[in-house]
Design a protein around this ligand. Sequence first.
Ligand code: ADP
Ligand code: ZN
Length: 293
Amino acid sequence: MRLGALEAGGTKMVCAVGDETGKIFEQISFPTKTPQETVPAMIDYFKKAKVEALGIGCFGPIDPDPKSSTYGYITSTPKLAWANYDMVGAFEKALGCPVGFDTDVNGSVLGEAVFGQAKGKDCVVYVTIGTGVGAGIYMEGKLLHGMLHPEAGHVMIRRREGDTYPGKCPYHKTCLEGMAAGPAVEERWGKKAIELKDREEVWDLEAYYIAQALYGYILTLSPEMIILGGGIMHQQQLFPMIRSYVKEMLNDYIKTEELNDMDHYIVPASLNDDQGIMGALELGRRAFAGEKG
Ligand code: ADP
Ligand code: ZN
């Protein structure tokens, strides 16, 4: 089956053609300009590829509720050209095929749960820590939506004593995203994140904040695996630090096999950065089969 996949991001739109096994035949990316400039090029690409269904993992917030009148829209994004844009409508109309739609991070967790290291697990959390912080949640075969979709990057965290950074989130100041996303790290320390790679105090503070959020996710959702991706997580030294803070915060309150094996519990993404696009293929497959994402 020929499936189209679109990973819609704030800087680029990754488009791919593949199949239901997660195999990617070809891939291309377009810079994210305005919908008027970027969408026709993508439509043209998928038309020529003769896809039978399309899956879209999209930056947000979005409306993923098929019962809503604005289903398939990008809603209140700060990327103004895309605010209130009918993403699903544009592709459905032009391609005449089923279109699956979810958040980019739900796409990523779906890719890992169906094709990657989280195969066979019931509850998986995927967190991306990059320009923003977002989390996708896979729960018993489905992606979690509830009233909207998780916005778990904006959970509140406790400031560490001595950190005077005011926080960068325009809505909440000192939520996880406001304190630990790439732009916050860069503003707090006055350098590009990558240039800070040898500064242990930078990553220790970063791990402390990320661990607080994971601690909350663990106690609330009881995930069997937590996958961390995004630009900031290229700093691999964060993994052992985060695992150790999470362990300390949990303080042996719960005991599980997973928590006994932290190295396989809090892990990097497994699909060579293709988890998002592979998840979008699966969103397309599910749309074609009439299954709920
Ligand atoms: P986006 O979130 O826009 O999709 P990324 O996940 O690549 O993109 O995140 C970009 C952020 O991650 C930037 O703030 C950047 O400074 C930071 N970043 C990118 N690469 C690295 C790296 N190797 N080490 C640390 N931080 C990085
Ligand atoms: Zn926030």
